[in-house]
Write a protein that binds this ligand. Structure first.
Ligand code: NDP
Ligand code: 8X3
Length: 246
């Protein structure tokens, strides 16, 4: 059956790959991101609308456009997120911390809380959260990003408890290294430095993560995949990566 799937942060990387995967599965899509131009033509027939998850007004306009186009939401993929910088805590700035926490945590909450009541009323719905292995293991220079992803774990647990009996599924898909624009954003546009993150190793591609998301959301209604941790074969932790010597 065709479902209405909403993907936040669909203009790039994992979000764009999720949009393609759900479209190939025959689902109806609503896609949001700040760079609306990059949503155009991504998926045929999708509702595309600007979305800044740090702005409640933007979220409300986006969700209104989505439900007007495709009706009640069956699956919400909370993907929009970022890391900004690799400064140690003693050298960090409130600006970067706030950007990460407001996007990755508060933004996700602000979208989710507006979608959940209708899902509960209809007795079904799936909330997917794109977490990270950074939420399982911290590393120097990643304290606030890791904290923002760790915060998603109790949030997912609480939603499962609070919606028990309403047919709501909550899945956290927690990837390791994925080759997207993530590192360019983290290094504030320094593409050369970003490329080094993936040098000599074989990272995941966004489509690998999208497959996990699609798999979780296509299990029978009584099956909830709680957490999927997916890493490249060449990665054992955020800082244990096999690289070919040249
Ligand atoms: P990209 O930078 O390629 O994509 C990030 C997406 O998030 C973009 O579409 C961007 O859209 C969107 N976004 C960022 N801020 C906002 C905002 N305020 N409002 C709406 N959309 C926003 O990186 P990835 O695809 O890798 O990242 C997707 C998710 O995956 C993130 O949550 C990230 O933390 C997580 N992740 C990534 C890993 C990796 O190694 N790449 C590993 C583990 C998790 P726009 O700028 O147009 O608004
Ligand atoms: C992104 C993965 O290890 O760079 O969430 O933090 S990592």
């Amino acid at each position: 059956m065709s479902r209405h799937v909403v993907v936040t942060g669909a203009s790039s990387g994992i979000g764009a790959a999720c949009a393609r995967a759900f479209a190939a599965h025959g689902d109806r899509l609503s896609l949001g991101a700040r760079r609306r131009d990059r949503l155009t033509g991504l998926v045929e027939g999708a509702c595309i609308a600007p979305l800044d998850v740090t702005s409640p007004t933007s979220i409300e306009r986006f969700l209104a456009a989505a439900t007007a186009a495709h009706g009640p939401i069956d699956v919400l993929v909370n993907n929009a997120g970022l890391a900004r910088g690799v400064e140690k805590i003693a050298e960090g700035t409130g600006e970067a911390w706030r950007e990460m926490l407001e996007t990755n945590v508060i933004g996700l909450l602000e979208v989710t809380r507006r979608v959940l009541p209708t899902m509960m009323a209809q007795g079904r719905g799936h909330i997917v959260v794109i977490g990270s292995i950074a939420g399982h293991k911290a590393y120097p220079g990643g304290g606030v990003y890791c904290g923002s992803k760790r915060a998603l774990q109790p949030i997912c647990e609480a939603i499962r408890m609070e919606t028990l009996g309403h047919g709501i599924r909550v899945t956290s898909v927690d990837p390791g290294m994925v080759e997207t624009e993530f590192s360019v954003v983290r290094f504030r546009g320094d593409a050369e430095r970003a490329a080094k993150v993936y040098q000599g190793t074989r990272p995941l591609q966004a489509a690998d993560v999208a497959e996990c998301v699609l798999f979780a959301t296509t299990r029978p209604a009584h099956v909830n995949l709680d957490t999927i941790v997916v890493m490249p074969t060449d990665q054992a932790s955020p800082h244990h990566v096999h690289r070919a010597t040249t």
